[in-house]
Design a protein around this ligand. Structure first.
Ligand SMILES: O=P(O)(O)OC[C@H]1O[C@H](OP(=O)(O)OP(=O)(O)O)[C@H](O)[C@@H]1O
Ligand SMILES: NC(=O)CC[C@H](N)C(=O)O
Ligand SMILES: [Mg+2]
Length: 491
């Protein structure tokens, strides 16, 4: 769930790309990059770290041009190294700079095809570099000096046939324009925006609409599943559905945790969806624990706040800020190693003891994945003097890996996998634990747009809309478990 942005402007775009990346930072904290085209050349700067650390005045001033793309990375493939920071670049055909949010599930066979059939060298372990080369190959075999939208759309049609997985992508086609496309199932989000300026209309494409709010762009619409949009350097927009007939399945975890609440995805307000998650969870608590005795509902900052506030209101129990978040510590879940994640929970969240002392409290989180946060938080609540500590998750138990752009590769690391709710309760140390039902989570999102009939719920249901090769889950567990990553870092 990286963040991506592309802008076709009528004046310099680097600072707008930078600003957009800072509001998409919650989607990826590991690396960031910007590529622009200054009329003659590609300008590219990228590196490891937060957006504010990767760029300085000097690197920004070199990023000249009225058209460009940006990326902030949360790795789901390959390493966390700077070589895999995005955008990636290939010089042929035309010169392509590419940024990708998502994850492919047939990377290895594509990598082999690239090498053996298409004679292309892939230099990293990144699936995004593979995807860029598939696009480059398909453009190459149709290329001519004068690029046409039909050629580009035919190439993307082939990419959709070859690449399986979740992918929302922006590509800078040097000397020509910006190409954006979204996988045939529409798993990862991608929105189109525009703004009128004194010098003409400008377009932008981004992972989340919140990027448009800060840039003063108007959200026009979501890019459709299997659609490609091409915006030429002189501001003409072309689009085509290049894949049809696949089940539209936006990732439900965007609504649970990944996206900012002030974003709209698929015409659904993430904020309102989270409120509805809280309401549904309250109904379940009232059904199953009518004599709950809860004296305060306490969110685990940041993401659960919205759901917890609605839950408290529906229960008629005070909503209290029992944990203060250190605003200088980033998101824990998207950190690459378990040791770092465990340490950062305590660095990040500190209890306000008086909200716990001699009280029965309900702690609310948006989700429980590895249990890193919840286990420590329950202990902190007890240390702060709580009488009873109940725990509620606004999402159902996460029991299966996510393979479409969220780094949850190993079943063995998921606290709910192979455990019953009472067993998880005991492991986390809660007096009782309650999870949202999947049907209620689906309802909470669908209520915002009843045209959405299906979602990618794979981490809750184990159903993978693209299908998976038999050995795939075993392979990613071996390659991407915390222990595999730690072993890689130590060499
Ligand atoms: O069970 P776990 O493996 O701990 O993962 C789940 C937790 O991680 C996320 O928080 P995070 O700190 O990443 O971000 P937030 O500040 O947006 O809530 C999420 O909101 C849960 O609190
Ligand atoms: N989270 C993502 O979208 C990751 C993109 C890509 N798979 C990478 O690892 O860089
Ligand atoms: Mg959290």
């Amino acid at each position: 769930m990286c963040g991506i942005i592309g802008i076709v402007g009528t004046s310099q775009v680097a600072s707008a790309l930078y600003d957009a990346l800072t509001v998409l930072q919650h989607r990826g904290q590991d690396a960031a990059g910007i590529a622009t085209e200054d009329g003659a050349r590609l300008r590219l700067h990228k590196g490891k770290g937060l957006v504010r650390d990767v760029f300085n005045q000097e690197s920004m001033s070199a990023l000249r041009g009225n058209i460009g793309i940006g990326h902030c990375r949360y790795p789901t493939a390959g390493s966390e190294g700077s070589a895999e920071a995005q955008p990636f670049y290939v010089n042929s055909p035309y010169g392509l700079a590419f940024a990708h949010n998502g994850n492919l599930v047939n990377t290895e066979s594509l990598r082999r095809e690239m090498f053996e059939d298409d004679l292309r060298h892939i230099n990293t372990d990144s699936d995004s570099e593979v995807l860029l080369n598939v696009l480059a190959h398909e453009l190459q075999v149709r290329s001519s000096m004068a690029v046409s939208p039909d050629q580009v759309f035919d190439a993307v049609t082939r990419v959709f046939k070859r690449a399986r997985g979740g992918y929302a992508c922006v590509t800078l086609v040097l000397g020509y324009g910006l190409l954006a496309f979204r996988d045939p199932n529409g798993i990862r989000p991608l929105v189109l925006g525009e703004r009128e300026t004194a010098t003409g209309k400008e377009y932008a494409v981004a992972s989340e609409s919140v990027a448009f709010d800060v840039l003063g762009f108007k959200r026009v619409r979501d890019i459709e599943p299997g659609e490609a949009v091409l915006i030429t350097r002189d501001g003409q927009l072309f689009s085509r559905r290049c894949a049809e007939g696949e089940v539209h399945s936006p990732c439900i975890f965007e609504y649970v945790y990944l996206a900012r609440p002030d974003s709209m995805i698929e015409d659904v307000s993430v904020y309102k969806a989270r409120l509805r998650m809280g309401e549904k969870l309250a109904e379940k608590i009232l059904r199953e624990r009518p004599d709950h005795g809860i004296e305060a509902v306490i969110p685990i900052p940041d993401t659960s706040r919205t759901a917890a506030s609605a839950l408290a209101e529906a229960l008629g129990v005070p909503f209290r800020e029992g944990f203060v978040k250190n605003r200088y510590v980033g998101r824990t879940f998207i950190m690459p190693g378990q040791e770092e994640r465990v340490k950062s929970v305590r660095r990040k969240l500190n209890p306000v003891s008086l909200e716990f002392r001699r009280k029965n409290v309900l702690l609310v989180d948006d989700s429980i994945v590895r249990g890193t946060t919840s286990k420590q938080i329950i202990q902190m609540a007890r240390e702060a003097g709580a009488r009873k500590v109940f725990f509620a998750s606004a999402a159902p138990p996460v029991c299966y890996p996510n393979v479409y752009g969220i780094d949850m590769p190993a079943v063995s690391e998921l606290v709910a996998a192979g455990r019953t709710v009472p067993e998880i309760e005991q492991y986390l140390g809660a007096d009782w634990l309650i999870y949202q039902d999947l049907k209620d989570l689906v309802w909470a999102v669908q209520d915002g747009n009843e045209d959405l009939k299906h979602f990618d719920t794979s981490c809750f249901s184990g159903e993978y809309v693209t299908g998976l090769d038999d050995s795939y889950l075993r392979q990613i567990e071996q390659a991407r478990s915390d222990s595999a990553k730690a072993a890689r870092r130590s060499v």
